[in-house]
Design a protein around this ligand. Structure first.
Ligand SMILES: CC(C)(COP(=O)(O)OP(=O)(O)OC[C@H]1O[C@@H](n2cnc3c(N)ncnc32)[C@H](O)[C@@H]1OP(=O)(O)O)[C@@H](O)C(=O)NCCC(=O)NCCS
Length: 331
């Protein structure tokens, strides 16, 4: 049995910055409300012509360069998104084509904000068994083309941004740079508290004027319920990883949490007694980029020198489904 590690991280966000003031010009909201309730100051939204696969390709190129591997070395691709470029095929094959990868398996997965951690876990298992040597794990999202930019959709629209992040996962050769544990969960009992219902194959037809008039093709969210689940599930996922690895809180150098709401993350840190400087947040700049959030946030923490080689890092996420989990690693 082998062990796996992160070999390189990359990210890409659109150049188009959308500020809270830009949103306030389109709907009944204010910069102050958004900052106070979510921490978000601006986000990136794609311009026509930019695709999820394009952003992912750029993120993968950076991750591969940092990892020191080329297209021929990659033998598995995992693409996490809730916003695929087209209904089918999965977006992963477009990234495979863009990067000129061999005819390796490409797996698209749908675990929303926990998608990147599900992807890392799958890659970890492939590496451990020897079925793969170098896996690309991608999180890439375009929310902006599917958001209700009127006052009716303001609760959801102000929180989401577009972007992509990617990691090359490969074999660990020592215990200083290694994925230590992965813990994943899901509970579908309240799946409808955060979802987009249309278009859907269960409806006849999949899309209708009536559904659009009821705005059912836009994401629907019961924000308070989602908030409560997030501040319960994320601390429990951190604790689960700590127990599995026999760690104390002081052993953790940096927590990289999903970026859904700054208040959620501050509450999580407070609940487990984590000093604020050992949690990295960047929701202020990018909003919630769902599956792309964790690699984007980790990438930034590494670039800022907040995560250094050998550091003990906890990745933790929560999202629609509901899904949640944690990954502990030595970077
Ligand atoms: C969405 C969220 C920021 C809303 O904050 P909140 O404090 O729960 O606010 P509420 O939904 O109770 O709304 C309070 C008021 O603000 C209004 N409001 C909602 N969005 C608004 C906006 N963008 N601008 C101004 N007012 C807004 C509501 O209409 C409501 O008005 P009312 O009191 O007149 O009915 C918060 O619930 C949240 O972050 N939830 C978790 C979301 C999440 O994590 N999603 C992704 C999971 S991966």
């Amino acid at each position: 049995m082998y062990k796996s590690r992160l070999l390189g991280i990359g990210m890409h966000v659109p150049s188009n910055v959308v500020t809270n003031h830009d949103l306030a010009a389109r709907m009944d909201t204010t910069h102050e409300w958004i900052v106070e309730r979510t921490g978000i100051e601006e986000r990136r939204w794609v311009l026509p012509g930019e695709t999820g696969a394009d952003m992912a390709t750029a993120a993968c190129k950076e991750a591969m360069e940092k990892a020191g591997v080329g297209p021929k070395d990659i033998d598995l691709l995992i693409y996490a998104t809730l916003s695929p470029d087209v209904n089918f095929p999965g977006t992963g094959v477009f990234v495979q084509r863009n990067l000129g990868l061999r005819d390796i398996p490409c797996i698209d997965i749908r675990q929303q904000c926990t998608g990147f951690l599900y992807g890392l876990t799958i890659a970890d298992q492939f590496i451990k068994t020897g079925a793969a040597k170098h896996a690309l794990v991608i999180g890439s999202e375009i929310h902006s083309t599917g958001l209700d930019q009127t006052t009716a959709g303001r609760d959801v629209t102000v929180i989401f941004g577009d972007g992509a992040g990617a990691a090359v996962v490969g074999r660990a050769t020592d215990d200083e740079h290694v994925i230590l544990s992965t813990h994943l969960h899901a509970d579908g009992t309240e799946a409808e508290i955060l979802w987009t219902e249309y278009p859907a194959s269960k409806h006849h037809p999949r899309m209708s004027i009536e559904a659009m008039e009821q705005r059912l093709h836009y994401p629907q969210m019961q924000g308070k319920k989602v908030f409560k689940h997030a501040v319960t599930r994320m601390p429990s996922a951190i604790m689960e990883g700590m127990v599995a690895n026999n760690l104390k809180l002081t052993d953790i150098d940096m927590v990289i949490p999903h970026q859904a709401n700054l208040r959620i993350n501050q509450m999580v840190a407070q609940m487990i007694g984590l000093p604020p400087e050992r949690m990295h947040n960047n929701i202020q700049k990018y909003g919630n980029t769902t599956a792309a959030t964790i690699p984007i946030c980790l990438h930034e923490a590494i670039e800022l020198g907040k995560v250094k080689p050998g550091d003990l890092v906890c990745l933790v996420a929560f999202g629609a489904g509901l899904t949640w989990g944690s990954v502990f690693l030595r970077y």
